[in-house]
Design a protein around this ligand. Structure first.
Ligand code: C2E
Ligand code: MG
Ligand code: MG
Ligand code: MG
Length: 280
């Protein structure tokens, strides 16, 4: 198509675009059988209380180890899964698996965070999927936090809002993920009683590098969350300096490599038997 536009300038981009499309097509083909071939697994990343540094939750993160393509990053396969709606069965599997792991192997005060895509919320019975995951696993609703991004508001807002309100009514929490990276509008915060705002890693890194804008944004988000009765989680905290800064800025919870990378379920369980995370 670049050639049709006549500019020789565009031509050089064509081969790489083509490769990407072909790669996507192959990934999509393999993704269709990933669940039945047992290629999907979950990793879990700790979320700690900013003050006590105790683990209060784990975020479930999908991992795909394809027999054909090897390990494929979620940054690559989640968008493909969303485009093809394969995210619906994959997301249901994630929900069930995450709830089962939390209910079976974790202390009762530890929650589980599950990422949910807009396509899942547009399904007629998303809340039913949640109810079934809770009842099959025996997890109480207040131990499940659903993570959504601002992109949900680009879709049929009525359907999405109803689905999330049903989850809140069940007793689940709802977090607004990657806050500040999308088409941020403060109006979104009025559309739903989010439990938590997750401040994107971009601002955490910025603040750590003395960016006055990032500092001001985190301060403002924390103040706003406080007055709206929401908690805040800082994402992507990678070292002690960042953890101290985030604590001073008043975020409620912290997540990032400094406190633990995403890890297999068996390793996450060891954290409880060992006690304190930092001695891990
Ligand atoms: P997310 O929900 O914002 O998850 C956090 C991502 O940040 C994870 O990437 C995690 O590994 C990474 N991360 C955490 N701490 C740090 C840190 O200190 N430094 C750096 N550099 N990175 C950190 P991951 O696992 O590659 O997942 C990427 C995204 O894919 C997730 O972003 C989420 O949007 C999506 N995703 C993953 N699993 C699922 C799923 O089951 N369902 C859906 N719908 N989306 C998923
Ligand atoms: Mg998330
Ligand atoms: Mg996030
Ligand atoms: Mg993020």
């Amino acid at each position: 198509r670049a050639k049709d536009e006549g500019g020789g300038v565009h031509c050089e981009y064509e081969p790489s675009l083509h490769a990407t499309a072909e790669e996507k097509r192959q990934l999509e083909f393999s993704l269709r059988t990933a669940l039945e071939n047992d290629e999907m697994m979950l990793h879990f990343q700790p979320v700690v209380d900013a003050k006590t540094e105790e683990v209060v939750s784990f975020e479930a993160l999908a991992r795909w180890n394809s027999k054909v393509h090897g390990f494929v990053s979620p940054a690559k396969f989640i968008p493909i899964a969303e485009d093809t709606r394969l995210i619906v069965p994959i997301g249901t599997w994630v929900m069930n698996e995450a709830c089962r792991e939390a209910a079976t192997n974790w202390p009762e005060h530890v929650k589980v965070n599950v990422n949910v895509s807009p396509e899942q919320l547009l399904e007629p019975d998303f809340a039913g999927t949640v109810v079934r995951a809770l009842s099959h696993s025996g997890l109480s609703a207040n131990r499940l936090e659903i993570e959504v991004t601002e992109s949900i508001f680009m879709r049929d807002a009525g359907v999405v809002r109803k689905a999330l309100e049903q989850c809140l009514a069940l007793g689940c929490s709802v977090a607004l993920d990657d806050f500040g990276t999308g088409y941020s509008s403060l109006g979104y915060l009025r559309k739903l009683e989010f439990t938590t705002i997750k401040v994107d890693r971009m601002f955490v890194q910025g603040a750590a590098q003395d960016s006055p804008e990032s500092l001001a944004i985190i301060r403002a988000v924390v103040a706003m969350a406080d007055s709206l009765g929401m908690t805040t989680t800082a994402e992507g905290v990678e070292n002690q300096e960042e953890a101290d800064l985030i604590r001073r800025l008043g975020c409620t919870k912290i997540q990032g490599y400094h406190f633990g990378r995403p890890m297999p379920a068996a390793d996450a369980r060891k954290i409880f038997s060992r006690g304190a995370l930092k001695s891990a």
